[in-house]
Ligand binder design. Structure first.
Ligand code: CA
Length: 405
């Protein structure tokens, strides 16, 4: 994938009678231009035992705890495993933990209880270690490593993996939190523990079991016949939570925008000040797809009563504006007061709710705003008596509507 602009495939794909290559545009939009080049030869001598090229895509939005994600299975025949592209959306983003301790395992020719070949960690399979940054090499690389999105590949060209009967390839979902009791002591992982996405078997280890959102495309050669493939996931499942852009670029806006309205994703607001805690972009879990605009909010944790977070947003035209917001609510969310350019915006807002929800479109008031930057200040004033643990705050979006004079 040189410069991220060209997509080249050099796997030989033998055929005896015919070959067909198709490209499908499922975006619903005109692609404008599409360039391609296919090179082939005819008349090659191909015997009956010739292995054919195969590729298979899979995606699992919620892997099953303790069950390794399957990259390839259900293969019968003789052949050679060529490698895979593997993708992950890290739902632990902002929690200070690492996802990539899971090992890639290959079970060859009847091996079931233990893998024939076993790796040492997820990023290690991409040929690197101690975390995963973006890099490109011919046989291994990571074209995307911008949290929460990761994509890496490994092609077994000089380290071939042959099989005579069958093959299964899997990857574990194991993370590293560096602490025996992180879930308990910081409360940071609270919601992920409650939802069953995090589990720790050994308190003397920094490793933990995770539930991840994973996808993969496996490549292999094998003799025919091919066993039936699992159903190919539809476009909705294949592209769930993938905007193709970084979070905050106003994709996947869930709030319908009326005339004279401008929406700022919370996750795209600039932080100009905070008295405590950490601010990060938190992606919505796949369970909440479509409920938070852009499937993300700006998340502030580690604050306490009296702490403040200051954000800024631009206004392009002076005028009178109605102001709306959507905020996240849960048992560990705070009671907050909002100020715009130092003036109180409505009454304090209680962000407590039993499950993880949001406030819906909340009208904050009407104010004159001049062209230029404005400041939204969030002050933690307390917590609902039923609230637990932290004083969290999450802003999904801020929307301003210009009033007609
Ligand atoms: Ca948002």
């Amino acid at each position: 994938m040189p410069e991220g602009k060209g997509f080249n495939c050099y796997f030989p794909m033998p055929f005896t009678k015919k070959a067909r290559l198709t490209v499908t545009n499922e975006t619903g939009e005109d692609a404008g231009m599409f360039f391609y080049q296919v090179d082939y030869t005819v008349g090659d001598e191909i015997d009956e035992e010739c292995p054919y090229f195969h590729a298979q895509f899979r995606r699992d939005l919620h892997t099953t705890m303790y069950e390794d994600y399957v990259i390839l299975d259900g293969v019968e025949g003789r052949g050679r495993y060529l490698g895979a592209n593997i993708g992950l959306i890290d739902r632990f983003t902002g929690k200070g933990v690492w996802w990539g301790e899971g090992e890639v395992k290959m079970y060859l020719d009847g091996d079931k209880d233990f893998p024939t070949i076993c790796g040492t960690g997820s990023e290690d399979y991409a040929g690197t270690g101690w975390g995963l940054g973006e890099f490109h090499a011919q046989e291994m690389g990571a074209p995307l490593a911008k949290t929460p999105y990761y994509s890496f590949y490994r092609f077994h060209v000089r380290d071939p993996v042959y099989f005579n009967k069958d093959i299964k390839v899997t990857i574990q979902q194991i993370g590293y939190d560096g602490s025996p009791d992180r879930a308990g002591s910081t409360g940071l992982l609270g919601d992920l523990v409650t939802q069953g996405y995090y589990k720790k078997d050994r308190l003397d280890s920094g490793q933990f079991e995770r539930v991840d959102d994973m996808c993969s495309t496996a490549y292999w050669y094998q003799t025919l016949p091919t066993r039936p493939f699992p159903p190919f996931p539809d476009r909705e499942l294949r592209s769930a939570l993938l905007t193709g852009k970084a979070p905050g670029e106003n994709t996947g806006i869930t709030r319908g925008l009326g005339e004279d309205e401008t929406l700022f994703e919370g996750e795209s607001l600039s932080v100009v000040g905070k008295t405590a805690g950490e601010v990060s972009v938190q992606m919505a879990n796949p369970d909440f797809i479509g409920e938070w605009s852009g499937n993300a909010h700006l998340w502030w944790n580690g604050g306490s009563v009296g702490d403040a977070l200051e954000l800024t947003f631009p206004v392009s035209q002076t005028g009178e504006y109605e102001i709306y917001t959507q905020l996240t609510t849960a048992t560990d969310y705070a009671m907050v007061e909002l100020l715009l350019d130092g003036k109180k915006l409505g009454k304090p807002i209680d962000l407590y709710s039993e499950g993880i929800r949001n406030t819906g479109d909340l009208k904050l008031g009407s104010l004159p705003l001049t062209e230029g930057g404005h400041r939204l200040k969030v002050i933690i004033t307390g917590r609902n008596p039923k609230g637990v643990n932290g004083y969290l705050f999450g802003i999904d979006y801020l929307c301003i509507k210009k009033q007609r004079m």
